[in-house]
Design a protein. Sequence first.
Length: 181
Amino acid sequence: MVQRYRSLARRLAPAPLAAALGATLVLAGCLNPAPRPEPLPSPPSAVASPEPPSAPSAAPAPQPARPPQPLREAHLSPATRSLVAQAHEQLARGDLDGASLTLDRALRIEPNSPLIWSQLGKVRLAENDAHQAEVCARKAIALATGDRAAQTEADRVLIDALRAQGHNQEAHDIEGRAFMQ
């Protein structure tokens, strides 16, 4: 039995060396190769080479021009419509504080409504606060992009606010721009 063991040991003695070499080769193959630099695109040559008609084009297709934004109209939700109607009634009765508070409530519901900002500008004009009326009108103009009716209404409030402040030339310039479109 001892003799059998020795003969097996002699045959297996080169095996650890071979196993170590095999493992080294396998692990060396797992290493990431050095990254290859990508070739730079060649500059377009002065002489164009004819391409076969069946070859696909490498350049992306040009994007079609975007259509202009459609005109949009500002609409009020039923809740804000009711509040704006209430503010009109309050303004007609001379209740400027009530109209202002009602429009402030409407703005909490729809803060990006140019219609409400224009109405608030009218109330500020009625309160003889032309500067705040101008601020409200400019806010309404900024929000009314694409809505000609809302832009026109906001422009009218802005013109009135500027005239109330004595900025007649600026009001005249805006008037010419706003109503000539």
